[in-house]
Design a binder for this molecule. Structure first.
Ligand code: MN
Length: 245
């Protein structure tokens, strides 16, 4: 009996000491050298019970691996377009804006994060790049490459259809959601193993999962949180998943 009590006490102490999950978030760098990341990402992680840490841009794989070792999960944030050479294409038109430094950094961090087995969330550019790292391709410019009546750029809102059985469906219990949209690129060919979980009415991919490790959104839940607390759900899910590990 005494031994059982001691074990129970030890377990209680252990769980009480367990710190809140630390979430690394990728950032960019402006031309003047400032690190760039919307505080909406860090705010959403804090409100969901996590501890956000902003990753700098990195240029070598050892540093990327060290940063990934320091955190419990990683969010890859939005930003400019990926250089299409990473998926075997040349630049389609003048709307494609690449940032070589950020491409190198994000891809190093993504490879390290995926290899670590730690939970990963991709948002907008993060969603697109993860698909490329996993072996997929992108639409370079929706308005000129896709025959669509849906507007995706310019901070509009549109409907998405959500697959039953997906994380997104479990979080909201709805097969139709309205999301924000400020992107001109999107996932074209999903990588092997990527499960598409939401599409806009024109078929553009708006969310996917990759095994149990990656959830990815083309839209910006961290911005919608400002108007509607319900959009904390993906971040709460992400933090809870790490806690449960
Ligand atoms: Mn969209």
């Amino acid at each position: 009996m005494k031994r059982i009590l001691i074990v129970l006490l030890a377990l209680a102490t252990l769980s009480a000491c367990r710190r809140a999950p630390v979430i690394g978030i990728s950032s960019g760098r402006s031309e003047s050298g400032a690190a760039t990341l919307s505080a909406n990402y860090t705010d959403a992680v804090v409100r969901a019970g996590g501890v956000p840490v902003i990753f700098p841009t990195v240029a070598d794989s050892a540093l990327a691996s060290t940063l990934i070792r320091m955190v419990d999960g990683v969010i890859f944030s939005g930003g400019p377009d990926l250089d299409p050479s990473y998926y075997g294409e040349t630049v389609w038109n003048e709307t494609v804006e690449v940032d070589t430094l950020r491409d190198v950094s994000d891809l190093l961090l993504m490879r390290a994060a995926l290899a670590s087995g730690k939970p990963v969330m991709g948002i907008c550019r993060g969603e697109q790049l993860l698909n490329v790292v996993l072996g997929g391709t992108l639409v370079q410019d929706i308005p000129t490459q896709v025959d669509t009546m849906v507007r995706h750029n310019g901070g509009v809102r549109h409907r998405i259809g959500v697959e039953k059985g997906s994380v997104l469906y479990a979080l909201f219990g709805q097969d139709s959601l309205t999301v924000n949209s400020s992107h001109h690129q999107a996932v074209k060919a999903p990588a092997p193993g990527v499960r598409v979980t939401a599409r806009a009415d024109d078929g553009i991919i708006e969310a996917y999962e990759y095994g149990n490790q990656v959830i990815a959104f083309q839209f910006h839940p961290e911005s919608m949180v400002r108007e509607n607390d319900a959009w904390l759900a993906p971040f709460r899910y992400f933090i809870q998943k790490i806690r449960g590990k």
